[in-house]
Design a protein around this ligand. Structure first.
Ligand code: GAR
Length: 322
């Protein structure tokens, strides 16, 4: 597994947020590295800085209405060639097409100079001043097809001073932006190590299965199927138990042969959990940057089927036949 997240940064102009992200990434313990700086303006000053700092830069002719689809196709190719796993928009002043956003869903972040949901779009500082707000600020959010509307990951309010103009306020908000963006990006690319975040993902996947309730197993979060009393555990979250380095999802495989086969073939993905392995539980490693959550969903469903009472699996089988 790669050690650090691979971040591409898209800019249109000065690139001061790009610089903040880049210099933060130079700390030895940064969880991300900047693998590409690019954008929609080949003359953006930020690209000159990225060049000088030895970061790979891609320059594309500024798109026109006619060349917009080609531009985004070329951009998508460049991101894949750089093997970027996360894309940070930093003053990228162009609306992304919905298919591009869809393809990079969950991997696209943006910084916006207001306290969202206030003042989406442009002229945010002028609008905050005009409204008589006592604070402006900035937000880092996930990008969704609707502009500036994705989940907010972090914000910093910035006091408005008497006599502020949009420019003086923008200068101070930028100081806050330069603190906020590297911190939020670092946290976001590290969330795959966070037991609480992992538990929430598993919880969301199990809630799609019938008759599931939470049940603690020896102090670990677990999920059971069937009635409160007669129910059977089908998944357990083992957070680095007994010195193991995995945050593992314990699920029911078909037996020891399948378990040893999987563990030998894919030791990065599976392990034999201490104590639990002997009772037929397979460990699926969840704290992996490149984890495919759809495979986790498949394991949960399989384990659910192996544990659910016949009255429920019968219904599932009938549904499968349609
Ligand atoms: C930043 O203030 C950023 O929040 C804003 O553009 C500026 C770019 O400055 N972004 C938007 O308005 C996005 N809608 P920079 O090039 O110096 O980072």
């Amino acid at each position: 597994m790669r050690n650090k997240a691979r971040v591409a940064i898209l800019i249109s102009g000065t690139g001061s947020n790009m610089a903040a992200l880049l210099y933060a990434s130079r700390a030895p313990d940064s969880p991300y590295e900047v693998v590409l700086v690019t954008g929609d303006n080949p003359d953006a000053p930020g690209l000159v800085l990225a060049d000088a700092e030895g970061v790979p830069v891609a320059r594309f002719p500024a798109p026109t209405k006619a060349t917009r689809p080609d531009f985004f196709a070329a951009l998508d190719r460049a991101l894949h060639e750089a093997e970027a796993d996360t894309v940070a928009l930093a003053g990228f002043m162009r609306i992304l097409p919905a298919d591009f956003v869809g393809a990079w869903s969950g991997k696209l972040l943006n910084i916006h100079p207001s306290l969202l949901p206030k003042y989406k779009g442009l002229d945010t500082h002028a609008r905050a001043l005009e409204a008589g707000d006592n604070h402006g600020g900035c937000s880092v959010h996930l990008v969704t097809p609707e502009v500036d509307a994705g989940e907010v990951l972090g914000q910093v309010p910035v006091a408005i001073l008497p006599g502020d103009t949009p420019d003086t306020l923008a200068d101070r908000v930028k100081i806050a932006e330069h603190q906020l963006y590297p911190r939020i990006l670092a946290g976001y690319v590290s969330r795959y190590q966070d037991a609480a975040w992992i538990e929430a993902q598993v919880d969301a996947l199990t809630s799609r299965l019938p008759e599931v309730t939470r049940k603690t197993s020896h102090g670990s979060p677990g999920w059971q199927v069937g009635g409160e009393k007669s129910g059977k555990l089908f998944a357990i979250l083992a957070d680095r138990h007994h010195g193991e380095d995995a945050i593992g999802l314990l699920v029911k495989a078909s037996g020891p042969d399948e378990m040893t086969g999987l563990i030998e073939a894919q030791p990065e993905a599976y392990y034999w959990p201490k104590y639990y392995g002997a009772s037929g539980w397979l460990g699926v490693k969840l704290n992996r940057r490149d984890l495919d959550w759809s495979q986790v969903a498949d394991w949960l469903e399989r384990s659910w089927r192996a544990s659910a009472p016949a009255r429920l699996t019968k219904l599932m089988r009938a549904a499968d036949e349609f």
